[in-house]
Design a protein around this ligand. Structure first.
Ligand code: FEO
Length: 395
């Protein structure tokens, strides 16, 4: 439990056991499920936590309000990592009124057979807690259709749901001002790109809608409460939702026996020769896709290399391209290289990706038959240099 300001308390929990968020995305540093109490004469609980943590969650609540009842449970988002305790909370607080929009309340009934007291709110609806006020804004598809945020105007507090959240448990502190936030920012990019990345247009609409609010703190459902980093957090969301990359490159390659790997090493030499320092290298078979997707969202440049496989593209690269297409990635500078033994297909597929609408292909694709040669290395270095020059002139 943590008091953020006299009337707002953090009552969330850490999950350091879950291996993969949504059974998909690895959690190397855990994740927090954030929940908040807003205390006026009446009390509102903002979101709940994963059902496995109900006992700790209830302890946190009782530490703040003792035996007082909770009047409202505001559900900003129905994904079960936040809605999972609705039924149990109602067993403890049978008179609690569930607050959500029309879609929220339908989902609450569908997921948890909830048909008790409820208040249906819409865009701009207000709810007085007699001493604190709550106002609701709908932000559909950030990242579910029912998603909304809750704003408390007196304190300038935005309860933002998943928006502005990140992976990573909270290590002792809750507020950004009391911790080193640097490890959380890459995890915000990974969270956003993998889970929300498809919905850039809807995130832009949400940012415009919330742009006029006075914000003193943003309380997301995962990760730190943002106060002194609000500007940086919003700027990151602006950039990601516009699919704008930073001045750098991610070099991602697959290799089975080391020949395409040697091509990648030469491309990297070309990047350095061209004066670029800000780049990452990932071998597909050694890196979880969530980190590749995150770097593809982070950087303006992508260098993609893979062998031909089964008369098509190396499967892990094929999967990555599918992941990026599915998320609508665009505005990228892309260079390609690849290899084959008897019939070339990899470079053809990579070139199709690099020349799709919204993409710009950089340099000459390099295609290698069988083993790596000095001549191939020279072409790969030229490709890397061309990418470095294009990235550096793009700013
Ligand atoms: Fe944290 Fe979309 O649930």
């Amino acid at each position: 439990m943590k008091q953020l300001i006299p009337s707002i308390y953090y009552v969330g929990v850490n999950d350091r056991n879950k291996e993969r968020f949504e059974c998909l995305w690895p959690l190397s540093s855990g994740v927090s499920y954030n929940s908040y109490l807003v205390v006026g004469k009446k009390i509102a609980l903002i979101d709940t936590v994963d059902v496995r943590f109900f006992a700790t969650f209830l302890d946190n609540i009782r530490e703040v309000i003792g035996t007082r009842p909770i009047d409202y449970l505001v559900i900003n988002h129905m994904e079960p990592d936040h809605s999972g305790c609705i039924g149990l909370i109602r067993q403890v607080y049978p008179d609690i009124c569930l607050v959500g929009n029309k879609k929220t309340l339908q989902m609450a009934e569908g997921f948890y057979c909830q048909s008790g007291p409820s208040l249906c709110v819409g865009e701009g609806s207000e709810l007085s807690l007699e001493g604190m006020d709550l106002r609701f804004y709908l932000i559909p598809m950030v990242h579910w259709p029912e998603t909304m945020v809750t704003y408390e105007p007196q304190s300038g507090t935005l309860f933002s749901g998943d928006a502005f959240g990140c992976f990573g448990a909270l290590n002792g502190g809750v507020l950004d001002s009391e911790m080193d936030v640097e490890p959380y920012f890459p995890e915000m990019i990974r969270y956003y790109s993998n889970i929300v990345g498809k919905y850039g247009t809807q995130v832009q609409m949400a940012l415009k809608k919330l742009g006029g609010l006075t914000l003193r703190r943003i309380c997301p459902t995962h990760g730190p409460v943002w106060s002194e980093s609000i500007g940086r957090v919003i700027a990151a969301y602006q950039r990601m939702s516009l699919y704008e990359g930073e001045q750098g490159v991610s070099l991602i390659f697959g290799s089975m026996y080391g020949n395409t790997l040697l091509m990648a090493e030469s491309v990297a030499e070309g990047l350095v020769k061209g004066g670029l320092k800000n780049f990452t290298m990932h071998k597909l078979s050694r890196t979880d896709p969530s980190y590749l997707i995150a770097d593809a969202f982070r950087f303006k440049g992508l260098l993609l290399g893979a062998p031909t496989y089964n008369n098509g593209l190396y499967p892990l690269m094929e999967q990555l391209l599918s992941d990026l297409r599915h998320r609508g990635l665009k505005n990228r500078l892309i260079g390609c290289f690849g290899s084959f033994t008897w019939a070339g297909q990899a470079v053809k597929h990579l070139t199709e990706f690099a020349t799709a609408p919204g993409m710009e292909m950089v340099g000459e694709p390099v295609e290698m038959k069988q083993g790596f040669t000095r001549e191939t290395g020279l072409k790969c270095r030229q490709l890397g240099e061309a990418m470095a020059r294009r990235i550096l002139e793009a700013e």
